[in-house]
Design a protein around this ligand. Structure first.
Ligand SMILES: *Cc1c(COP(=O)(O)O)cnc(C)c1O
Length: 333
């Protein structure tokens, strides 16, 4: 069941001309910090603003049932599934709880998907998706624990290795692990000596804790600047957990303060507007948490951020995340 390199090549054909070939650009500032070339894979340039379109296109293309597809993600995976279903002319129903902000509901609707509001929790939304599968014949697409999704995300690994064969390390933002599993599998199949390191925020890092525990564990979800990295990996995880466990050379954590600073670095030094989830690789390097030995790349995974929050970060203001306050600091001050 584990996807292999041939599945990634097959996915590359499916997404060709739609979600492939994002730029891989050098960061002069980060290269100076590392003493080695440091490259940014710009998945923030994707049509939906995030890499998840790759996996969603591949998974939706693989769905046999004409009835349509469903998922529970209100974030980038929900956008990807909505976009891919519209492109293929099939129905997409995105299930969410009453607590989801209206802007997110509107964003998904604008991509042509139906929105189904069910109850006051993520569990209620999940139950509704399962009902749609059982009663209406829809196919549920997991954001990370699906072989076609993992193979789709793996196309990023193919493209990075084709552009820069001399690469030694890839730093991958890590949440449910579909991205890290696909990229590590593809890159290592092409170049076994490549190091692939997963990076998460230090509050609520489900995959990191699961790898340490030796089995999937649940973690408490707390607000983070890297909000796209929140959420669990599923206690019945079949693919992304064992693949990350076996393929990642290391998994490291960065703090909210380190993410805050790295968002400023990416903005002021590289002039890139991107989500907190994208800068965890930069944060790890800037704080000496990974040892860089040669050419290195990281993936700028998406741009779908809360602009009010982003403005606070780049202007050096305090940011409140639930019970945590990140003290403001102007860049360069
Ligand atoms: C989903 C997502 C990630 C993490 O991907 P996983 O496959 O869940 O590990 C990172 N960054 C962004 C912007 C995302 O949407």
């Amino acid at each position: 069941m584990r996807p292999v390199l041939a599945d990634v090549y097959a996915a590359a054909k499916v997404i060709a001309g739609v979600a492939d070939r994002t730029p891989l650009v050098p960061s002069p500032y980060m290269s100076g910090v590392c003493g080695h070339e440091f490259l940014l894979k710009l998945e923030n340039m994707q049509p939906i603003g995030a890499f998840k379109l790759r996996g969603a296109l591949n998974a939706v293309a693989g769905v046999q049932a004409a009835a349509g597809v469903t998922c529970c993600s209100t974030g980038n995976h929900g956008r990807g599934v909505a976009w891919a279903a519209r492109a293929r002319g099939i129905r997409a129903v995105i299930c969410m709880s009453e607590l989801v902000p209206q802007a997110k509901v509107d964003g998904i609707r604008a991509l042509g998907a139906e929105v189904r509001i069910a109850g006051r929790s993520q569990d209620a939304a999940q139950a509704e998706a399962e009902r749609l599968v059982a009663e209406e014949g829809l196919t549920e697409i997991s954001p990370f624990d699906d072989p076609l999704v993992i193979a789709g995300q793996g196309t990023i690994g193919l493209e990075i290795m084709a552009s820069c064969p001399e690469l030694e390390t890839i730093l991958v933002p890590l949440s449910g692990g579909g991205l890290a599993a696909g990229v590590a599998m593809a890159a290592k199949a092409i170049k076994p000596s490549i190091r692939v390191i997963g990076i998460s925020m230090d509050r609520g890092a489900a995959m990191y804790e699961s790898i340490r525990a030796g089995h999937p564990v649940e973690v408490e979800e707390v607000p983070s600047l890297a909000d796209s990295l929140g959420g669990g990996i599923g206690m019945a995880n079949r693919l992304s957990y064992p693949m990350c466990r076996d393929l990642l050379d290391d998994a490291v954590l960065v703090s909210e303060e380190e993410i805050y600073h790295a968002m400023q670095v990416l903005y002021y030094e590289d002039r890139i507007v991107a989500e907190g989830a994208c800068v965890v690789g930069l944060a790890a390097v800037l704080n000496g948490k990974v040892n860089i030995t040669g050419p290195t790349a990281t993936i700028v995974t998406g741009r779908n951020l809360d602009m009010a929050m982003f403005t606070r970060v780049v202007t050096g203001q305090d940011v409140v995340l639930g019970d945590k306050v990140i003290e403001g600091k102007r860049y360069g001050a």
